[in-house]
Design a protein around this ligand. Structure first.
Ligand code: FEO
Length: 167
């Protein structure tokens, strides 16, 4: 059984992951609106992946005898001026999520909840991967600056992303 504090913290993380999904869906719409189809597809996959992250924690709360309380999801931003601006926001967002995961693990350690700690380690690895992938996109977008041919080349690369899994 989860402690009341841990159950509440995991519940907050479900909402944070669902917000992430909403955040990336808004970015999908931005890229759709400027016809950058590869970036749009990448964001759609990212939104789906965040939903899976949320559901992984949602299921875990039930597995440990808890109940999820679905609260309101904040409105995400909707306007950006460039792909670089979008991806800088993605990186900042993922860094915040990493901090949230670290806080959850600190709580698990404080409570000697080894099961929650073990469960959360999957997210630690995932965050390293997410920050690395997004950081690489930011670097490439900085390199091409305002070169349209470069932007289209990256757009095509973004379209190669595989659908998400959380195994
Ligand atoms: Fe679920 Fe992008 O962290």
């Amino acid at each position: 059984m989860l402690s009341v504090k841990m159950a509440a913290a995991l519940n907050d993380q479900v909402i944070a992951e669902l917000y992430s999904s909403y955040f990336y869906l808004s970015m999908n719409s931005y890229f759709e609106s400027v016809s950058l189809d590869g970036f749009a597809y990448w964001m759609r996959m990212q939104a789906q992946e965040e939903m899976l992250h949320g559901m992984k924690i949602y299921d875990y709360i039930h597995e440990r005898g808890g109940k999820v309380n679905l609260t309101a999801i904040e409105q995400p931003p909707a306007k950006w001026d460039s792909a670089l601006e979008v991806f800088k926001d993605v990186l900042a967002h993922e860094q915040k999520v990493t901090a949230l995961i670290n806080d959850l693990i600190n709580l698990a350690i404080d409570e000697r909840d080894h099961a929650a700690n073990a469960f959360l380690q999957w997210f630690v690895t995932e965050q390293v991967e997410e920050e690395a992938n997004v950081g690489a996109v930011v670097d490439k977008l900085k390199m091409i600056a305002s070169d349209t041919a470069g932007l289209f080349a990256i757009d095509q690369e973004m379209a190669k992303r595989l659908p998400p899994t959380v195994e």
